[in-house]
Design a protein around this ligand. Structure first.
Ligand code: ZN
Length: 418
């Protein structure tokens, strides 16, 4: 449970307690009065004639439905490459621990009413596949412990790496996410009743849809039936069905998570724009994109008088992609530097108590940058830093600060925000 929720629970408990105390005092005063009149003969003073108190009539009060505001925080691709897996391994205890990567963003994520990201890869165990990175991602289950503890609630699992460890890996990944109390969207253990996840977030009903544009040519590892039912591939008919279902279920907000676009392209494709337009026209409110591994523009758009929001790509949240690792593979520094950039998009949604009207109230951006360095014991560490909190920190070296500065301005320029 996040801090806000706990606080709300506490407040609720406090007001309930208050109510109980008031009832208690009222009951006690009635009891004392009652006792007094029954035992009047024992009293020294003659009983005074007191006008009988009118029983308090409870006027039925009209139920006041308060406005509700929630914050949803969304971020991009979470990937685990070999150097991250090695860096998280403790040879003495033979265990993995990935918490260090999330330590600087935990407070930001835990503070959300709901935090969501794209989990790019699988957790298939290490019996059939070893723990490995690109091109067939398979991370230890412990990555999900760290992701959960960082504050994530929902992971989108429909992406081009969903089938990296085949059907068994796809299924096990969903199970491992779910067993830790997180929801997964976009891939399934078995044919689902509905492809849509509906969650009540503090009284606002949010529907989550998730689809991927590509499967890295691994489509053939699944039977046509499994491909149709266990993973959501971008499909206009299915998307329209899912939005219609969310509306039927009276969802207040419809969020579509899309894995799409061209890798390392800092602008969205015409296809992304067309799919977004279709989704918004049908009734989606928010589109959260990923896959390009760099940040693409975010925009608010008006549809039928309602403000909609699309982030075409939220970049990498955590990975080993960066200048040092991509330039040796032939990528230019100019392109590869953007893979170090991430962002948490903080979307405030309000539901009016009186009218039930739901709207996007505010959108804020928290630019992130992934640090890679050596630990005191010679290991490798990857840490996601919220730039504004760490740009002045003495814990961050000068080179990282220069890179953070570059990252911050480029990310904010893409978000069209100041
Ligand atoms: Zn991808």
């Amino acid at each position: 449970m996040n801090r806000k929720k706990r606080l709300r629970k506490k407040r609720l408990r406090a007001s309930l307690l208050g109510l109980i105390v008031i009832i208690g005092i009222t009951a006690a005063s009635f009891a004392v009065r009652g006792l007094g009149s029954e035992n009047k003969n024992n009293e020294e003073k003659p009983p005074k004639e007191q006008p009988q108190e009118e029983p308090v009539k409870e006027e039925p009060k009209p139920e006041v439905i308060h406005d509700i505001t929630i914050n949803i925080k969304a971020t991009g691709d979470i990937m685990f490459h070999p150097s991250q897996i090695d860096g998280a391994y403790d040879a003495e205890t033979k265990t993995y621990d990935f918490h260090n990567s999330f330590k600087a963003v935990k407070d930001i994520l835990s503070d959300a009413d709901l935090a969501i990201a794209n989990f790019e890869g699988t957790t298939a165990g290490n019996e059939v596949y070893s723990y490995q990175g690109y091109p067939l991602f398979n991370a230890p289950d412990e990555v999900l412990d760290a992701i959960k503890d960082a504050g994530f609630d929902v992971l989108s699992t429909a992406n081009n790496h969903s089938l990296d460890t085949r059907k068994a890996g796809l299924i096990r990944t969903v199970q491992q996410i779910n067993v830790r109390g997180m929801d997964s969207i976009g891939t399934y253990v078995e044919k689902p009743q509905t492809r849509v996840l509906i969650k009540d977030v503090q009284g606002i009903k949010v529907a989550f849809l998730s689809y991927t544009e590509m499967l890295n040519g691994l489509d053939s590892v699944m039977s046509p039936e499994d491909l149709d039912t266990l993973i959501n591939i971008i499909d206009e008919t299915k998307m329209k069905e899912d939005i219609a279902y969310a509306k039927e279920q009276k969802a207040d907000v419809i969020i579509a998570v899309l894995h799409w676009g061209n890798e390392y392209a800092r602008a969205q494709t015409a296809t992304q724009e067309a799919v977004a337009d279709m989704l918004f026209t049908e009734g989606a409110d928010i589109i959260l994109g990923s896959h390009p591994h760099v940040i693409q523009p975010a925009k608010t758009l008006e549809y039928g008088g309602k403000t909609k929001f699309v982030a075409y790509s939220m970049g990498n949240f955590l990975s080993n992609q960066r200048v040092e690792t991509l330039v040796p593979y032939g990528m230019t520094e100019e392109v590869s530097k953007y893979t170090e950039d991430g962002v948490v998009i903080d979307i405030e949604i309000e539901k009016k108590g009186e009218t039930g009207e739901v709207s996007i109230k505010k959108i804020e951006y928290i630019p992130l940058w992934v640090y890679k360095g050596k630990t005191a014991d010679g290991g490798t560490e990857h840490v996601v830093y919220p730039i504004m909190e760490y740009i002045e920190s003495k814990d961050v070296d000068a080179n990282s600060k220069t890179r953070m500065n570059r990252s911050y301005s480029d990310t904010m320029a893409q978000m069209n925000a100041e």
